[in-house]
Design a protein around this ligand. Structure first.
Ligand code: NAG
Ligand code: NAG
Length: 608
C-alpha cells in the first residue's frame, strides 16, 4: 500500500467517523424537536436556530451526545411520546420533575442504560411502576414521588443495586413493602401511599417520616399489635378457663385490629379526598381572583360609594405634600373609575377626572384600628417621601368608607410583568431590569425602616411593587397590613410571609426582610411564591430553592428567561445567596435592609 493510499484511507475513515458522530447528535436533536411538539410548555423557548442542541436550555452534552436533559417546572403537560426520549441512549440524567406530565412512562425508556439520575417527581404519571425500570442497572437516584402511580412495590427494585435514593412517597401504591435490599441506600421514602403490613427489617433504620401516611407497622413505627395475639398460650392445669377467656380476648383483639385497619384505610382515602377537594377550591379561588384582576372592569363610578360618601356632608379629603391638590372629593366621586385589581385590603381603581388627571384610588375593606391610630399611621405614610415609594396624595376617612389616593403607576405591578402572558410574545424582563427593580425595592424598604424601628412595610410582594415607565420600582400599600383586618389572617397560599409572623397585623422589619428575600427569589426563578405547584407540594419558594441548591443544581433554579439571554450567572448566584440569607428561617439570621441594599447596589453596578 502506497503512502498516499494509506493517507486517503485515513482521511476517509476520519470523515466517516465524523459523519457518524454528527448523525448521532443530529438524531438527538430530532428527539428534542419531537418531544417539543408532543408536550406543551415553556420548552418552546428553545432557540432552535442555535444549531447545536447542546446549547439549548436544560441540555448538556458529552462526547457529542446529549447526556443530561433537565426540564424541571416547565409547565409541561400531556403524555411523554413513545420512541423519543428512549433514543437518547447516552443520557445520564433525566429530570422532568415539577411538571404536569401524565399517562404511563414510555416503554422505550428501557434503552437508557446509562441513566444514573431519573427525577420524575411531582407529575401526574399513572399506572403501575413499569418493570423496565428494573433493568436500568446504573440508576443511583430515582424519584417517582408525588405522582399517581398505583399497584404494588415490586421486589425487583432490589435489582437496582447501585440505588442510593428511592423516593416513592405520595402515590397510590398498595400492598406490603417487599424485603428490599439495597447495599447503598441512603434516602428512602414511601410515605403517603396505601401500603399495609410490616416494615421489612432492612428498612427499619430509616426515619419514621419515610413510612407515615400508610397502614404500616413495625420499626421505626409502632410494633404490629396483631403479632402479639399470635403468642402461644402455655397450657397448665386449671387454665381451661384462662384459655377460653384468652380466646375471647384474641377474637376481640383481631376484630379491633380489623376495625382499626379498615378505619385507617378509609381515613386515608377520606383524607386524600378532602385534601383533593380543598386543593380544587383553592385553585378555583385563585383563578377567580385572577379573573377579577384581569378583567378590565369599566364602571362610571365606584359601586355604592356615592351614596355613602355623598351623605356624609362636610367631610373632606386630607391632602399630603406641597404639590397642587388638583382635585377634591367631588371630583373624585365624579371621576370615571376602572377596577385595577382586588387585593387583600380592598379594591384599587384607576380614576380619571374630567380634567384628564389620573390617580389610583384604593377603597379599603375594613379598618381594624381606632380612627386616631389610623389617622396617625396614614399621615406618617403620607409624609414619607422617597423615589421608590408610590406617593400617597390624599385620604378620606369615615366610618365604613376609607379611601386612599395614590399616584397612578401606568406600568402596573411587577407581578403582572413577571408572570403575565409567559411565552405569549411578551418581552421578558432582562437581568439588568430585574436587578434595577430589586435595588429600587430595597432602597424603598430601607427608607421605610430608617424612619424608626417600629416602621415596616408589612406586605412586600410582587403585586405591591409598581413600576414607572422607566421601570423604576415603587412600593405601594405601605403600612396597610397593620391597619386593615381582620379577614387578612395568614393564608397558606401567601408565600411571602415569614414563618414567625402568625398575625398579619404584627409586622416587623425582619418580616419585611424575609418577604423581600422571597421577592428576590421570585425575580431569579420567575416563579410566583403563590404558584400552585409549590403549594401542592407543601413547599414554599425558599425551601424549594434551597433543596435544589443543596443538590448542586443551582442553574436549574433560575428563570430560563434570564439564563437564556445573558451571561450573568455569577451575579445571579450572588443574588441567590443574598435571597437565601434574607429568607432564613430565624429572624436573627436575616441581614438588615441597609446591608442588603448595599450588596444589590454592587451587583447592579456590575450588570450595567
Ligand atoms: C428513534 O429511533 C427510532 C429507531 O431508530 C426511529 O424510528 C425514531 O424515528 C427515532 N425517534 C425520533 C423522535 O427521532
Ligand atoms: C417523606 O415524605 C414526606 C412527604 O410525604 C415528608 O413529609 C417526609 O419528611 C419524608 N421523609 C423522608 C425521610 O424523606
Amino acid at each position: 500500500m502506497s503512502y498516499f493510499e494509506y493517507l486517503a484511507g485515513a482521511v476517509m475513515t476520519f470523515f466517516l467517523l465524523l459523519n457518524a458522530v454528527k448523525a448521532d447528535l443530529a438524531a438527538d436533536k430530532a428527539v428534542l424537536l419531537a418531544l417539543r411538539t408532543a408536550v406543551r410548555g415553556r420548552t418552546l423557548l428553545w432557540n432552535t436556530t442555535e444549531s447545536s442542541p447542546c446549547k439549548w436550555v436544560g441540555v448538556q452534552c458529552r462526547n457529542n451526545r446529549i447526556s443530561e436533559l433537565r426540564l424541571p417546572g416547565m409547565g409541561l403537560t400531556g403524555n411523554l411520546p413513545d420512541n423519543t426520549i428512549g433514543n437518547l441512549t447516552q443520557l445520564v440524567t433525566l429530570s422532568l420533575r415539577f411538571n404536569a406530565l401524565s399517562g404511563s412512562l414510555p416503554l422505550d425508556l428501557w434503552s437508557l442504560t446509562n441513566l444514573r439520575n431519573l427525577y420524575l417527581q411531582s407529575n401526574e404519571f399513572s399506572g403501575p411502576i413499569p418493570s423496565f425500570l428494573f433493568s436500568l442497572k446504573n440508576l443511583v437516584r430515582l424519584s417517582l414521588a408525588s405522582n399517581n402511580f398505583s399497584g404494588p412495590i415490586s421486589s425487583d427494585f432490589s435489582k437496582l443495586n447501585r440505588l442510593g435514593t428511592l423516593y416513592l412517597e405520595k402515590n397510590q401504591l398498595i400492598g406490603e413493602i417487599p424485603n428490599l435490599d439495597f447495599p447503598g441506600l441512603v434516602q428512602f421514602n414511601v410515605s403517603d401511599n396505601l401500603l399495609v403490613g410490616n416494615i421489612p427489617e432492612k428498612l427499619s433504620s430509616m426515619p419514621e417520616s419515610a413510612f407515615v401516611g400508610n397502614a404500616l407497622c413495625g420499626r421505626p413505627l409502632k410494633s404490629c399489635n396483631g403479632n402479639g395475639t399470635k403468642n402461644k398460650f402455655r397450657f397448665s392445669v386449671g387454665m381451661i378457663a384462662g384459655i377460653i377467656a384468652g380466646s375471647v380476648v384474641v377474637v376481640l383483639a383481631i376484630l379491633v385490629v380489623l376495625f382499626l385497619v379498615c378505619r385507617t384505610r378509609r381515613g386515608i382515602k377520606e383524607e386524600v379526598r378532602v385534601y383533593r377537594s380543598s386543593k380544587e377550591t383553592e385553585v378555583a379561588k385563585i383563578n377567580k381572583e385572577k379573573n377579577a384582576e384581569d378583567e378590565d372592569n369599566l364602571s362610571s363610578t365606584y359601586p355604592g360609594l356615592n351614596e355613602k360618601v355623598g351623605s356624609a356632608s362636610g367631610k373632606k379629603l386630607v391632602y399630603f405634600g406641597k404639590t397642587e391638590k388638583g382635585f377634591d372629593l367631588e371630583d373624585l366621586l365624579r371621576a370615571s373609575a376602572e377596577v385595577l385589581g382586588k387585593g387583600t385590603f380592598g379594591t384599587a381603581y384607576k380614576a380619571i377626572f374630567d380634567t384628564g388627571m389620573v390617580v389610583a384610588v384604593k377603597r379599603l375593606k375594613e379598618v381594624a384600628v381606632p380612627e386616631k391610630v389610623y389617622r396617625e399611621k396614614i399621615e406618617a405614610v403620607g409624609n414619607m417621601n422617597h423615589e421608590n415609594l408610590v406617593p400617597l396624595r390624599a385620604y378620606y376617612y369615615s366610618v365604613g368608607e376609607n379611601l386612599l389616593v395614590y399616584d397612578y403607576m401606568p406600568m402596573g405591578s411587577l407581578s403582572a410583568l413577571l408572570h403575565g402572558n409567559r411565552g405569549a410574545g411578551r418581552t421578558p424582563l432582562n437581568w439588568k431590569t430585574r436587578t434595577a427593580i430589586a435595588l429600587g425595592a430595597a432602597r424603598g424598604i430601607s427608607y421605610i425602616h430608617s424612619q424608626g424601628s417600629t416602621f415596616s412595610h408589612g406586605n412586600i410582594k410582587s403585586s405591591n411593587i409598581l413600576l414607572t415607565t422607566s421601570y423604576q420600582a415603587c412600593l405601594s400599600d405601605i403600612g396597610l397590613a397593620q391597619l386593615v383586618g381582620p379577614n387578612t389572617s395568614p393564608n397558606r397560599l401567601d408565600g411571602y410571609r415569614a414563618p414567625e409572623v402568625t398575625d398579619a397585623r404584627k409586622v416587623s422589619q425582619k418580616g419585611d426582610v424575609y418577604s423581600f428575600g422571597v421577592l428576590l427569589l421570585e425575580l431569579l426563578t420567575g416563579k410566583a411564591p403563590t404558584h400552585t405547584f409549590l403549594n401542592e407540594e407543601g413547599v414554599d419558594l425558599p425551601r424549594w430553592v434551597q433543596s435544589i441548591v443543596k443538590e448542586e443544581w443551582t442553574a436549574e433554579v433560575f428563570d430560563v428567561e434570564i439564563l437564556k439571554y445573558e451571561h450573568a450567572e455569577e451575579d445571579m448566584v450572588q443574588l441567590l445567596q443574598l435571597a437565601i440569607s434574607c429568607s432564613a428561617q430565624y429572624p436573627d439570621k436575616r441581614p438588615p435592609m441597609t446591608e442588603i441594599t448595599q450588596k444589590i447596589e454592587e451587583l447592579h453596578v456590575s450588570s450595567v
